[in-house]
Design a protein around this ligand. Structure first.
Ligand code: FE2
Length: 653
């Protein structure tokens, strides 16, 4: 094969021997020429865009943790192929028995080793200047690589004497992400990467397979939605779900298909080095469900030849009829993030509690019914490969329980895009991946507020990243949601938003003087009070805290562990310790704070019936209860007049 005349090099074009060892000098010259061609071909605007809005300047609004991929100056990467360097990946074919996860062993050798050398995993395997995305501006010089790796490890991660021997091995856990993979050895550290060797492409047996199902309530109580990701567009195959009662004949339901493009991203890095094709996201609406019934399902793609590619089989229990009296258990947490089980470098310390929480919830699957992850999901921050990895991480939960999400700053915020906070925290995603990858029963998924029911619970899930203030569209919706519940049938009224709109003793909120996001209580307190919200949950602050029942900024009950009688205040709970770096508490004594925990954990609500609710805070590490209280009351206690919150009455009889 000759490379002469090719504008851009492709690893697929290379003979295996050359790809494996990168010894071929003529190939090196071709790469150099490819860079030259690229330099003069007008892609110089990309670099300017990157510098203006890009990864180097991106810092999370909350300065705790940093997306590890943002540390790699991949656009500065240069070619430094070494004739004695090699890198091998094994096995070549992944998932030959239908698995969606495989361990890949990497073996490499480099005669000039340093402790800064690193191995990046690229997917698609081909990475070169042809993937660079033109943006307006001027480039100081053209990049060779315009796509961040999906993960990386330092070369000495598993071999301490690599710096002496130049020989090492690494293991990566790879999930099916629809494209092939290559593993590239770099020297020069993360800041000035120099490519010295790259492996053959390796691939899953079926890269397009339907994967990572996530359940969510539809707009009606008797509707469950199944959303999944595949590589099949609608012109190649028809997406569908086969489902039905366990042990009975199954039926087929159609699915809608969505995707999104780089052009729908609002800025860097999502629009530049962080972009990765999301594949196709399908949602099927399973309707007319019988309550409390076990259903089995699997996702499929019917090909043009009539055959169907099927996923594994899963099952779920349909939700209770609203108001139904039965045992009902809810899990709530925020800010879990994702982490890499293979210890990929800093990934495991980016959100250090993420896997601890995930594993505890997987272990406890039989003991709860529905999950609310109230914002900040993968913290992809514009590196889109991380969304697949997050959906894979939570799949053991989301494939069998409704996994309801809220929108966080790391999903939505980006300057000049309509987010209420003008921060770059989404890394240019501006909500598009979250709104597409996960279904929520919102009227408009780009405005991420919705209500949903679970038996005796009524949830109003607000979107703190859009204006909630009085007079706003969302404020009117919040009032409508809170007012719409029949407390006789659904006594347990829950409000939630990602950011703390109520109370938190977090240090940065305390420093701002309000112990909340500014304006939260000023605008929303009257609604919580009027509609007698039982508990309000927030994330964003990465710890746990519970307040007393509060009315007009005052504790209205001196009880700590048991509340009974009239609903005279709302309990505010911060449960943002799902996995990200923990947030510090202020040293100021906050009179309304009853329990604080600087650890990872989640809340479980158990409604035993219409008059008895158990609240438990559990640490992720051991699943044990560290804070709890109960509420006992009857319907007349909800109706009872308290404070000045009664509806008007007439003197007529
Ligand atoms: Fe957040």
């Amino acid at each position: 094969m000759t490379y002469k005349g090719k504008k851009h090099f492709s690893l697929k074009d290379m003979p295996k021997q050359e790809m494996t060892t990168m010894k071929n000098l003529s190939f090196f010259l071709l790469l150099v020429s490819a860079i030259f061609v690229h330099t003069v071909s007008g892609h110089d605007s990309f670099y300017s865009r990157l510098l203006n809005n890009g990864i180097e300047n991106h810092r999370p609004h909350v300065p705790i943790g940093e997306q590890p991929l943002a540390k790699i100056a991949i656009h500065k990467a240069v070619i430094a192929l070494h004739k004695s360097a090699y890198i091998h990946a094994n096995p070549f074919i992944l998932g030959s028995k239908g698995e969606d996860t495989e361990w890949v062993n990497i073996k490499f050798e480099y005669p000039e080793p340093t402790n800064d050398d690193w191995v990046g995993v690229f997917s698609p395997a081909k990475f070169n200047a042809s993937d660079c995305y033109p943006e307006t501006g001027n480039w100081p010089e053209a990049p060779y690589i315009c796509t961040a790796p999906i993960k990386y490890k330092f070369a000495n991660h598993s071999t301490a004497d690599y710096v002496n021997t130049g020989k090492a091995t690494l293991s990566f856990q790879i999930i099916n992400q629809r494209a092939d993979f290559s593993f590239a050895l770099f020297t020069g550290g993360l800041e000035n990467p120099k490519l010295v060797a790259v492996t053959n492409p390796i691939s899953f047996a079926n890269p397009k397979a339907p994967l990572y199902p996530r359940l969510a309530h539809g707009k009606a109580w008797d509707e469950m939605t199944v959303t999944w990701t595949s590589g099949y567009n609608i012109d190649e195959a028809t997406p569908l779900v086969e489902w039905g009662w366990k042990g009975h004949i199954k039926k087929l339901s159609p699915a809608g298909t969505l995707t999104f493009t780089r052009g729908s991203m609002c800025g860097a890095p999502a629009r530049t080095v962080g972009w990765r094709d999301p594949g196709f996201i399908h949602t099927s609406f399973l309707k007319d469900l019988w309550p409390n019934t076990i259903y089995e399902y699997r996702m499929g793609h019917m090909l043009k030849n009539g055959s169907t590619i099927w996923s594994k089989s899963y099952s779920f229990k349909s939700s209770p009829y609203p108001g139904q009296d039965s045992l009902q258990r809810v899990i709530i947490f925020g800010d879990m993030g994702k982490a890499e089980r293979d210890g990929s470098n800093e990934y495991s310390s980016y959100q250090p509690g993420s896997l601890i929480t995930t594993d505890q919830l997987i272990k406890d699957l039989d003991n709860y019914d529905i999950v609310f992850h109230i914002g900040d999901l993968p913290y992809a921050n514009g590196f889109l490969s991380q969304w697949d990895q997050f959906t894979k991480q939570v799949e053991p939960i989301s494939s069998v329980k409704p996994y309801m999400i809220a929108s966080g700053n790391h999903e939505r915020d980006y300057p000049n895009t309509g987010s209420f906070y003008n921060t770059p925290d989404s890394g240019g995603e501006c909500g598009v991946p979250a709104e597409t990858m996960y279904y929520v029963p919102a009227e408009n998924r780009a405005k991420f507020w919705y209500s949903t029911d679970y038996g005796m619970f009524h949830f109003c899930i607000a979107d703190s990243e859009h204006d909630w203030r009085e007079g706003s569209e969302q404020y009117a919706w919040i009032e409508k949601c809170l007012a719409s519940v029949d407390r006789n049938k659904q006594p347990w009224l829950i409000f939630s938003a990602h950011r703390v709109l109520g109370y938190s003793s977090n240090d940065w909120l305390a420093n701002e003087g309000a112990f909340e996001e500014p304006m939260g209580r000023a605008h929303l307190q009257k609604l919580w009070q009027k509609y007698k919200v039982d508990i309000a949950f927030y994330g964003h602050v990465h710890n746990y805290e519970r307040s007393c029942p509060i009315y007009q900024n005052q504790c209205v009950n001196s009880e700590i562990s048991h509340y009974s009688g009239t609903v005279n205040g709302t309990i505010h709970v911060v449960v943002g310790g799902g996995g990200s770096h923990l947030s510090e508490f202020t040293k100021i004594n906050t009179f309304w704070s009853l329990y604080k925990d600087h650890d990872w954990g989640f809340v479980k609500l158990t409604a035993f019936n219409h008059s008895s609710l158990l609240f438990e805070y559990k640490k992720s590490a051991d699943g044990e209860v560290y804070d709890s209280f109960t509420i006992s009351r009857e319907y007349r206690d909800v109706l009872a007049c308290v404070h000045d919150g009664c509806e008007a009455t007439t003197l007529a009889t």
